[in-house]
Design a protein around this ligand. Structure first.
Ligand code: SF4
Length: 383
């Protein structure tokens, strides 16, 4: 059976960014230690069912997992080593935000087994950091990147683009700065205005505006010209890496391989008897913690996906990849009837004539123009 990816969700942040709709809350740091114990308990409970599985990647995400103690990460990695077959070269990533670590803390993380760091820098420019409501300033963002580059060889940086006060030159300077730090993996996310966020309300009230389509296209073009020119290829709609430095953990989501979720709100997809199961943990940290303490079920959803649901998820995830969807692989698990009824010849033909999609006997993938319109294409295909 294929190796497993494990995701551990740390739900706390120092403050809440105005655009963020992730499962993250601000809590008293005095609660962190107890919470770390609960995460370890949840992980150990989950791993009981996977003693025969090898684990190829672990991702500590959040929230801001760089707020955790290195000791707790060490305890979780030990549990993984003891309870399942942790591969020798497993990719073990920790997300970190500037303003939440110093040089020693990163060394501690590295010493307990973290071998990849994902830095949520978002921008190196003061005015942009202020707009995004980040907790650190320009100087701290550079200092954080410098420390990361000194401690880790394998690290990634996240950037947000596509908002009014950010000029295309700002964006270009941010990317160039990341490369100056020796960064070989970058994630570039367009700002979106998600419901129930302060930015969504400010947008509705006319306090902030979306950028126009030309500005948006200019940013996309800039990223997709600049990075490939530096041998950093786009392997997923928002992710870029030097060949061989792609995120193995995230690839397992997009390739629809099995992954286990630990912690409040974490999602998992596990194959059992040839069928895929969706598993979602209770999202409220308090309710998740109470269930764990009382020995109750910490899952809010566990269900076998129908073939159609699985197909749709595979299409949504697979079309994000520059490599697209491996059709032979798809046919191994999804009945031909479902595939033909969803990815109909007419729809595929139409998208091909619009230069949005390419299809061979082996693959189906979006073109550069298709990537720009991914959401509408998915709606069209899965209608
Ligand atoms: S640091 Fe990340 S997870 Fe936390 S509020 Fe900001 S965007 Fe959300």
């Amino acid at each position: 059976m294929a190796a497993l990816a494990v995701y551990v969700h740390w739900p706390f942040c120092v403050s809440k960014c105005p655009y963020c709709d992730f499962m993250s809350v601000v809590a008293d740091p005095a609660l962190y230690e107890d919470f770390e114990e609960l995460l370890l308990k949840d992980l150990k409970n989950e791993l009981k069912n996977f003693s025969n599985r090898s684990v190829s990647s672990i991702f500590f995400g959040g929230g801001t997992p760089s707020l955790m103690r290195a000791k707790s990460i060490e305890n979780m990695l030990k549990a993984l080593q003891n309870q399942c077959l942790l591969e020798n070269n497993a990719e073990i990533t920790l997300e970190a935000n500037p303003g939440t670590f110093d040089h020693q803390k990163l060394l501690d993380f590295k010493n307990v087994g973290i071998n990849r760091l994902s830095l949520g820098v978002q921008s190196f420019r003061e005015k942009n950091l202020r707009f995004l409501g980040r907790i650190y300033d320009e100087k701290q963002s550079r200092r954080a990147a410098e420390i990361v580059s000194r401690v880790f060889t394998n690290f990634s940086m996240d950037f947000i683009y596509g908002y009014q006060c950010q000029t295309p030159e700002d964006l270009l300077q941010d990317l160039a700065q990341a490369l100056d730090f020796g960064c070989r993996h970058l994630s570039c996310y367009q700002l979106t205005f998600e419901k129930n966020t302060p930015f969504f309300r400010q947008l509705a009230a006319g306090i902030i505006k979306k950028i126009d389509e030309n500005h948006e296209l200019e940013c996309c073009k800039l990223i997709n010209d600049f990075l490939p020119n530096k041998n950093i290829h786009r392997y997923e709609v928002s992710n870029y890496a030097v060949l061989g430095w792609e995120s193995r953990h995230n690839l397992s989501y997009w390739k629809y391989q099995d992954y286990l979720g630990v912690g409040p709100g974490a999602h998992g997809r596990i194959t059992h008897d040839g069928r895929k199961y969706e598993i979602v943990k209770i999202s409220s940290p308090e309710k998740w913690a109470a269930a764990l303490e009382n020995g109750e079920n910490t899952e809010s959803i566990r269900k076998m996906l129908s073939f159609q649901e699985e197909l749709e998820e595979r299409v949504i995830m697979g079309l994000r990849l520059a490599d697209g969807i491996d059709l032979k692989n798809l046919q191994k698990t999804i009945p031909e009837k479902n595939i033909r009824q969803t990815l109909t010849d007419q729809k595929i033909y139409f998208l091909k004539t619009q230069n949005l999609l390419e299809k061979t006997n082996e693959k189906i993938k979006l073109t550069y123009s298709g990537m720009l319109k991914m959401n509408s294409i998915l709606e069209f295909l899965l209608d």
